[in-house]
Design a protein around this ligand. Sequence first.
Ligand code: PEP
Length: 253
Amino acid sequence: MRKKIIAGNWKMNMTFDEGQKLTSEIVNMYKDESISDVEVVLNVPFPHIMPVKKLIGKTPRIFVGAQNCSDQDSGAYTGEVSAKILASFDTDFVILGHSERRQYFGEDNELLAKKVKKALEHGLTPIFCCGESLEIREAGTHLPNVKFQLKQSLFDLSAEEFSKIVIAYEPIWAIGTGKTASAEEAQEMHDSLRKSIASKYGSEVANSTPILYGGSMNAGNAKELLSKPDVDGGLIGGASLKSRDFLEIIKSY
Ligand code: PEP
């Protein structure tokens, strides 16, 4: 059975107080609801990692993640944070290849391959984001386009390394726009990605790789998206900033 994961992406939001309030609310609601089979990841801005981790404490199945890491371990790279440093702060996950990093910071598939390696080397679980632009979707080449992103950034990994990866399919046109892929469109892409993982690493690895959907997922549309057989959870931006909305998504799984 594959893991079910609901991951929040706070992006560059939340002051210290806001982050503490949101985390406490999520942890308390999560405990009350006694949700047993969904893993929750809070991908927070770097300074929140320690205090959020502290609030989570020993609550089972809630983890903390970062939203980026360097492809280097240490050195004169002002402003960067390495996987090695993140691991030393007990960070569990790291989002890599989010379309905002690709678009605003010029991250390409080759650089992401190095970052993924570093994350794995230091014991972090990468949530590797991939997805197509509206132009590519309209041209009808979205399936090969997204498969190519996986191939370039992930397919040099060994099967053992690959089996630690979480994939997040995030159509760029659906991120923060209020437009979601339909459940059928998401399923089509997830199925295609799983098949390409199977042809590279075999069906056992493919069948155990969680593939999350991201792009304007909210309490209203989550149930339908999450009901698809190859959709193993969600990566949630806007709706992860309000505890009730986020919990509604978790509960709808
Ligand atoms: C994201 O940032 O990964 C995302 C999916 O954002 P939103 O849910 O706001 O579209």
